[in-house]
Write a protein that binds this ligand. Structure first.
Ligand code: PLP
Length: 439
């Protein structure tokens, strides 16, 4: 039995995160940006429209609109479908904060629903429990790149006349039953932030098949584009003012996203094949259960998450497991999701406590705030199990699997280590999606 790196043995994994990842800015972007700089296209550029057109085609919808980030895409998406003052919007708590913040920014009330324990996503069942007469929309997330069960959710939305905003910020290129995510709900919103699988640096893009939603999104934050809306558009008249926001993307960022679109499918395939190979190699490890896909879903391994079951591994703490993995050279981290419904913005100490229905007794009772058992369990037990394997060869992935097997074979040593080091059952949480553990 080989000795754990945490106890002075040799590391299993040789390559760093950088060595397993492609460079975020492809060569083509340098050329495009050089040309843009030469032409002084640093605020507006045809590159933006050309990227929008390509992305709309890629997703399979007629309309798309670049914005300055993914948060703004969601804000514009909510506005587009008519969410406003006092409307209730059903959201997950197992997500990045920006899925929910824009609901409040639009004057609406977020209602937190639980998620499915296998997919980590909202489901028709969890959404249905939260529907009231005031519910106007759902913001769902294809979390970690894993598509929701869109058939069931769209059927429920139709029955209750709810609008569906897909937050696809993890899921560029993911499919559900042959359709790209983002094209199934009323509006699809994508972050293009630097850590996403389609990075621009800072940027976002909204897609839709509904012309009015597109026009509304334009009018909210792009006064300079209102004049270009069709002659019969109600929103053309806002050509001087828009609705008061400015959501324009930096065109240099759009050029980076455009260059990344060239290789998105190819990289998604590499990431997926490698991730599946890794899962296959560790499938006999009982205490780790990977995020599961819905039938008909084609996820993208933008992030590689799994659930840890300490009861199946001598009650070793997740903190100890992650530390041991990190010492083996595994890029891993604890999960920052699933505590959003408990954060100050949405609870009694928050800014809305008096004049907004958050955390009033009635609100708590009705929406079972603080009672999202699956979400809370996943918040404590899910972790980032591996990075994106973009340039990895088989041997690199086998090293990752070796690290996991080494840990599995050394439970007793780990339990002793945990006791000696007095490791707290406390997961590092820096307020990020992924809280990397240092090796
Ligand atoms: C699920 C999800 N939604 C929304 C966003 C917000 O995107 P941005 O950071 O581009 O505003 C992110 C970004 O991390 C995200 O992960």
């Amino acid at each position: 039995m080989s000795k754990l790196a945490i106890l002075g043995g040799e590391k299993s994994v040789k390559k760093s995160l950088n060595e397993l990842s492609v460079k975020v800015v492809p060569g083509k972007a340098y050329d495009t940006i050089r040309g843009m700089l030469d032409r002084n296209e640093i605020s507006m550029s045809p590159v933006v429209n050309s990227f929008e057109k390509r992305y709309a085609e890629y997703i399979g919808v007629p309309y798309s609109l670049c914005v300055c980030n993914g948060t703004t895409a969601i804000q514009a998406g909510l506005f587009a479908v008519g969410v406003g003052d006092g409307d209730e919007v059903i959201v997950p708590s197992y997500t990045f904060w920006a899925t929910v913040g824009p609901v409040v920014a639009n004057g609406a009330i977020p209602v937190f629903a639980d998620v499915d324990e296998n997919t980590y996503n909202l489901s028709a069942k969890t959404i249905k429990q939260c529907i009231t007469k005031k519910t106007k929309a759902i913001v769902l997330v294809h979390v970690w790149g894993n598509p929701c069960n869109m058939d069931e959710i769209m059927a429920l939305a139709k029955e209750y006349k709810l609008k569906v905003i897909e937050d696809c910020s993890h899921a560029h290129g993911a499919m559900y039953k042959g359709k790209k995510v983002g094209s199934i709900g009323d509006v699809g919103c994508f972050s293009l932030q630097g850590s996403k699988v389609l990075p621009a640096g800072e940027g976002g893009i909204l897609v839709t098949s509904n012309k009015e939603y597109y026009d509304r999104a334009v009018s909210l934050g792009h006064y300079e584009r209102c004049i270009k809306l069709s002659e019969d558009s109600l929103y053309r008249r806002y050509m001087l003012t828009g609705y008061g926001y400015k959501h324009r993307i930096n065109p240099l960022a759009a050029a980076i996203a455009d260059a990344n679109l060239d290789r998105l499918d190819e990289l998604n395939k590499i990431r997926n094949d490698n991730a599946r190979y890794f899962e296959e190699l560790v499938k006999d490890i009982e205490f780790i259960k990977f995020q599961k896909e819905e039938s008909g879903a084609d996820k993208v391994y933008a992030y590689h998450y799994a659930e840890y079951t300490p009861e199946k591994f001598g009650n070793l703490k997740l903190a100890t497991l992650l530390l041991a993995l990190a010492k083996e050279g595994v890029v891993c981290g604890s999960c920052g999701y699933g505590r959003l419904h408990l954060s100050p913005l949405y609870t009694k100490d928050g800014p809305f406590a008096n004049d907004y229905p958050f955390n009033t007794e009635a609100y708590n009772k009705r929406f079972k705030l603080n009672e999202l058992p699956v979400t809370v369990k996943l918040a404590d037990r899910t972790f980032m199990a591996a990075p994106r394997f973009e340039t990895a060869n088989k041997e690199d992935i086998e090293q990752y699997a070796k690290a996991y097997h080494k840990i599995k074979d050394n439970l007793e040593e780990l339990i002793n280590y945990e006791k000696q080091q007095k490791i707290e059952d406390h997961i590092v949480n820096d307020g990020r999606s992924i809280n990397y553990v240092k090796g």
